[in-house]
Design a protein around this ligand. Structure first.
Ligand SMILES: [Fe+2]
Ligand SMILES: [Fe+2]
Length: 316
């Protein structure tokens, strides 16, 4: 618990999100600057509920984690831009920022900037167990697996869009037959994931995965069949490994395969993985000659993009 309880009443109490590395670093700067010792610093992720609700019941943990809050000496609770200004007023080094915030319109800009930051924060924020439990109250899969299944759902959504992107652009008969055949399998994978019980968490960035999937199919389709087959080979090589890692995870969680729900999930993932391997081999067999330099650069970008998308998807 990162609280700094004052012997006499603090000038302010600052409630911040200690699970966000950016927030924690920023708070550490304020805390260590002159005037910081007169403020009570409360990490809302780990403090007792009593520390949030010492004087009144107006602050829940959920609210405190959603935005930065400050309680002034008179008991008034403010949040967001107003909370920053109240804090800066107490710290001589940052008092200039508090004065700038009084310029007409400055508070609105500050508040909008803070809201934009909050939207991006899940990208790097750690997910403490209690937060994850709130996200998926009915989930009975272990947390690490729940995160992986969210990447699978986003991945299969992207896979459907890859083949739609190819079909939107290519007029080549072989490419179109190939894409139609694989599209049907990817739609089936997506349906299997959507039918899972407990339900799979959806990535909040699904529109982005749809768009990037569509472009991953449409862009190579502009350059012809070889570019399409090389792209699919690269994507499916990645997906094969992705599913293999998850199967290994399930085997670690339930080595004796005693849990029926995990056994059923394992069976489903094995089936998906086999299809992905078939897609990869089908694409590889249609590549008449090895990809050139430009195509190798493109497939490296696709591979790096897939790895990064999975990392983001585990949390967002
Ligand atoms: Fe798939
Ligand atoms: Fe596939």
């Amino acid at each position: 618990m990162q609280t700094h309880v004052q012997e006499c009443s603090p000038a302010l109490s600052v409630y911040y999100d200690g699970a966000c590395p950016v927030c924690s670093r920023e708070i550490a700067v304020y805390k260590n600057s002159a005037g910081g010792e007169a403020i009570q610093w409360i990490d809302a992720t780990s403090c007792d509920l009593g520390a949030l609700q010492a004087d009144s019941k107006d602050l829940t943990r959920e609210t405190a984690l959603a935005r930065m809050h400050v309680r002034k000496a008179n008991g008034e609770l403010v949040s967001g831009a107003a909370a920053f200004v109240a804090m800066w007023e107490q710290l001589p080094k940052f008092a200039m920022l508090a004065r700038l915030a009084r310029i007409p319109g400055a508070m609105l800009v500050l508040e909008l900037g803070y809201r934009a930051f909050l939207r991006l924060r899940p990208l790097w924020r750690k997910a403490p167990a209690d937060v994850a439990t709130r996200i998926a109250p009915s989930a009975t899969f272990p947390l690490e697996l729940t995160r992986e299944l969210r990447t699978d759902h986003a991945g299969e959504t992207g896979a459907v869009m890859i083949y739609r992107g190819i079909l939107a652009v290519s007029r080549d008969a072989e490419v179109r037959a190939f894409a139609n055949h694989h599209l049907a399998t990817e739609q089936e994978h997506l349906s299997l994931l959507e039918a899972l019980d407990p339900p799979v968490l959806r990535s909040r960035l699904l529109p982005l995965w749809r768009l990037s999937g569509w472009l991953t199919g449409a862009v190579p389709a502009l350059f012809g069949p070889r570019a399409v087959f090389a792209t699919i080979k690269a994507v499916e090589t990645f997906v094969d490994q992705h599913y293999a890692d998850q199967l290994a995870m399930i085997d670690r969680i339930d080595p004796s395969r005693a849990q029926p729900q995990l056994a059923a999930l394992r069976h489903m993932l094995v089936r998906c993985q086999q299809d992905e391997v078939a897609h990869r081999d089908d694409a590889a067999a249609r590549l008449s000659k090895p990809p050139g330099r430009l195509l190798r650069l493109w497939t490296s970008i696709v591979d790096i993009g897939s790895h990064q998308a999975v990392k983001v998807c585990r949390y967002v």
